[in-house]
Each structure stands twice: as C-alpha cells, then as structure tokens.
Write a protein that binds this ligand. Structure first.
Ligand SMILES: [Zn+2]
Length: 124
C-alpha cells in the first residue's frame, strides 16, 4: 500500500471515528428514559439504569451480564432506541479505531525504515 493511500486512509478513518463519536453524543442526549427515572437520577440514561440494575443484582448474587440486561430487557427495563443507537455507533467506532490502528502501524513500519532528520524531513 502506498504512503499516500495510507495517509488518505488515516484521514478518512480519523474523521469517521470523530463523526461516529459526535453522532453517539447526539443520540445519547436524546435518551427517552422516563421522567420518573430522571426525577430520581436527573442525568440518567438507559446505560446508567442498566448499570444500576447490574449493581443491584450483584448485591443479591444474581449472575448477570450487561448484555443480558440490555439485550433481553429486565423487569421494567427496556433501553430506548437512542441508547440502542449509541451502542451500535460505539461498536462502529471501535471498528474505525481498529482500522486506524492498522494504518498507523503500517505508517510506523514504513517510517522506521526512513532516517529522521532534525524534525524537518526524511531521507533514505
Ligand atoms: Zn435511552
């Protein structure tokens, strides 16, 4: 892969990761968690509630995983569509980060074969 292609890929996946992060923030702010929950825990999203349920179950030694509570729902809990979107976007952001990491490694491999001169440029 050419260095130009790697640089273009780096720019693309950097922007893509940022875009997914921003989208996630917007989705998170749109959480429709009931006003009753918000009254008791003003800043709570479905994630906060899910983690709270996890913590409470843990105290009763009930085996639980976040995925079980999130995917299957639990008692009165069902995550809202916005928080489900947050989770999907987070997964996509992780994939973008993996792509970015691979590109950075490739750039580092190429860079380590070059001689670094005074912070200004490279020569063979
Ligand atoms: Zn929510």
């Amino acid at each position: 892969m050419s260095i130009e292609n790697l640089m273009a890929g780096h720019a693309y996946w950097s922007k893509e990761r940022k875009r997914l992060k921003d989208l996630g923030s917007v989705e998170s702010s749109l959480c429709t968690r009931g006003s009753a929950d918000r009254f008791f825990r003003p800043s709570s999203t479905c994630f906060d509630v899910a983690f709270q349920i996890l913590k409470e179950n843990d105290e009763y030694n009930e085996p639980n995983r976040f995925e079980d509570i999130w995917d299957d729902g639990c008692e009165d809990f069902e995550p809202c569509q916005h928080c489900k979107n947050v989770r999907t976007l987070k997964r996509e952001r992780g994939r973008a980060g993996t792509r970015l990491g691979a590109i950075r490694s490739a750039i580092t491999r190429i860079g380590s074969k070059l001689e670094y001169i005074d912070g200004m440029g490279v020569s063979k």
